[in-house]
Design a protein around this ligand. Structure first.
Ligand SMILES: [Zn+2]
Length: 214
């Protein structure tokens, strides 16, 4: 998957995709089972299927600048009583859309900085597809935020601090990665339990000629 492969640290030597990040790929593919096969060499899913595109490639100076901004957002959010996370989504027109962690402020466990930035970017650009955009996060995105970036068709992700720094501060990012790596299944039992009407919503979707594909 192109998007996960694009995750890399900015400072220090480049490193390959973390093995546990790879474990997310089958989950994502299973969500897209109805789509066509991913083309050799990667590809990107658009409303009409996988299309080969050029991924956004910011300069190293831009990456450092945006990450510094994301970290500053995170620091200010702590001062405002929130969690120590900030993120930016930069859309292809250069617009910067900000997000900070709002979990405790909004009583929303999904209001991670990256998710908030993605929601803001999509709302402000009037498009649920953020293809061509780049996500900058003050800390390594957790599985929730990676999945949100995938659904938003974000091109590329950069982050500053990593999951271990978050864990040292008391956050669960690292242990959730272990769940998706398959080593901590007890954290959340998930059971496939079909019922006779399981397929009806998909039939309705396929038969709806007015649908908006995504
Ligand atoms: Zn997250």
């Amino acid at each position: 998957m192109v998007i996960i492969q694009s995750i890399e640290t900015v400072s220090g030597p480049e490193r390959p995709v973390p093995p546990d990040a790879r474990s997310l790929v089958p989950l994502v593919r299973s969500c897209r089972r109805a789509r066509e096969t991913i083309p050799a060499g990667g590809g990107k899913l658009g409303a009409s299927g996988y299309d080969q595109i050029m991924l956004a490639q910011p300069s190293a100076a831009d990456v450092r600048e945006y990450l510094t901004q994301a970290v500053a957002l995170a620091e200010r959010n702590v001062a405002a009583g929130g969690g120590p996370f900030g993120a930016l989504v930069v859309t292809p027109d250069g617009t910067v859309h900000e997000g900070v962690n709002r979990v405790t402020r909004d009583n929303d466990p999904t209001a991670h900085a990256e998710v908030v930035a993605i929601r803001t970017a999509a709302a402000e650009s009037g498009n649920f597809d953020l293809g061509g955009a780049v996500l900058y996060a003050s800390c390594e995105p957790c599985p929730l935020c990676l999945a949100a970036a995938l659904w938003a068709r974000i091109d590329r992700v950069y982050y500053a601090a990593d999951r271990h720094g978050a864990a040292a501060a008391g956050f669960d990012d690292a242990v959730f990665y272990e769940y998706f790596a398959g080593t901590r299944p007890e954290l959340l039992p998930v059971s496939h339990t079909p019922v006779p009407t399981s397929g009806v919503p998909f039939d309705a979707w396929r038969n709806n000629t007015e649908r908006t594909d995504y």
